[in-house]
Design a protein around this ligand. Structure first.
Ligand SMILES: [Cu+2]
Length: 367
């Protein structure tokens, strides 16, 4: 290409861009103007022409769904003992879950909370988990990163029949990480129609404590997730990485900032945070005030822990990070700006405060 033809091509490209950009903006504004705000099920079926696709993208049924009895998810699940086995009970069921003052989603949960309750067991513990399905659809549970017998892996049509509506299935395994190791951060989640069931809330932490443990002032698991909520109707759709299904709310342990928990420590105390990619989107999590040390990935201690101040948490991943903060109020947050909004309003979303021994907000910068 000569200089002259490339200059002509460049001008032509600019003209095309100048026309296309306003058109794209108009299209975006039209989507924003539509009364339902996010795409309606009928709109989606019109787009795809497939009823199964419209079912897939339909809002979670909300009629008759009760408000959640609890306000905090990820709480330790109590067990009973049967000989040398720890027995846990989970019920998969829909509830109305408050992610933020005034914002309730229709969530599909384990035991009525987002995230589901934390199962925490010593390394090697024999475990039995009785799962009852009170969802309007079949489900299964996958024990993510655990060395389970094949028949306990929770993959519908491969290792088990789905747990039908109203039915119960019992999983039995030992708490041993798949691929070796003696403990760390794992999770359990639905493996049936994950695009819907995962996106509607069916995941929870599973922690295996190794025989020798380091103690921390704080040991906090943070499940990162996204929501697609119509703020007018309350319709909740599973967020997906596609037009009309993108998330407009983002939660840490089922809450959007400012409803997220704070981590409260004294300056210099050691904090362990277990970051879990529980949703369908990747979140680069950034800490203010100090760097952290990544000590484990996917439940496996690192041979060479490394320092960083951002770690990219992809769906399914777990990172254990350790840090000590100087005195102050520091934040831990996703570095994608949109993930720091609540339906477009900032600040919100994936942000929490690490309060190292102070209260109040500075009114001027006096070093
Ligand atoms: Cu993010």
């Amino acid at each position: 290409m000569t200089n002259r033809t490339s200059a002509v091509a460049g001008v032509a490209a600019l003209l095309v861009a100048a026309v296309a950009l306003p058109l794209a903006l108009v299209a975006l504004i039209r989507v924003g103007d539509s009364p339902s705000n996010t795409a309606s099920a009928s709109g989606m079926s019109g787009m795809s022409g497939s009823s199964s696709m419209s079912d897939h993208m339909a809002a979670a049924p909300s009629a008759g769904v009760p408000d959640a009895a609890a306000n905090r998810g990820g709480q330790l699940l109590r067990h009973t003992t049967d000989g040398d086995t720890w027995v846990f009970h989970l019920t998969a069921k829909p509830v109305k879950w408050q992610i933020l003052s005034g914002i309730r989603v229709t969530a599909w949960t384990y035991n009525g909370t987002v995230p589901g309750p934390e199962i925490r067991v010593p390394y090697g513990q024999k475990v039995r988990v009785v799962v009852k399905n009170e969802l309007p659809e079949p489900t299964t549970v996958h024990w993510h990163g655990i060395q389970v017998p094949n028949a306990m892996d929770g993959v519908p049509g491969v290792t088990q029949q789905p747990i039908g509506v109203g039915k119960t299935f019992t999983y039995a395994f030992r708490a041993i990480p798949a691929g070796g190791g003696q403990g760390g951060t794992f999770m359990y989640h639905s493996h049936f129609d994950e695009d819907r069931q995962g996106g509607l809330g069916l995941s929870a932490p599973l922690i295996i404590d190794p025989p020798t443990r380091t103690s921390y002032a704080v040991d906090k698991t943070l499940m990162l997730a996204e929501w697609n909520v119509n703020t007018q109707s309350g319709d909740t759709r599973p967020p997906m990485d596609m037009e009309g299904m993108l998330p407009n709310y983002f939660t840490i342990n089922g809450k959007s900032y400012p409803a997220t928990d704070s981590i409260n420590v004294k300056a210099g105390e050691r904090v362990l945070v277990r970051l879990v990619g529980a949703g369908q989107f990747t979140h680069p999590m950034h800490l203010h005030g100090t760097a952290f040390t990544v000590i484990a990935k996917d439940g496996h201690p690192l041979a060479s822990p490394y320092k960083a101040d951002v770690v990219n948490v992809a769906p399914g991943e777990r990172y254990d990070i350790v840090f000590t903060e100087p005195r102050g109020k520091w934040i831990l947050h996703c570095h994608i700006g949109h993930h720091l909004t609540n339906d477009g309003e900032s600040p919100g979303g994936l942000l929490m405060v690490v309060n190292a021994g102070v209260g109040g907000i500075a009114s001027s910068g006096t070093p």
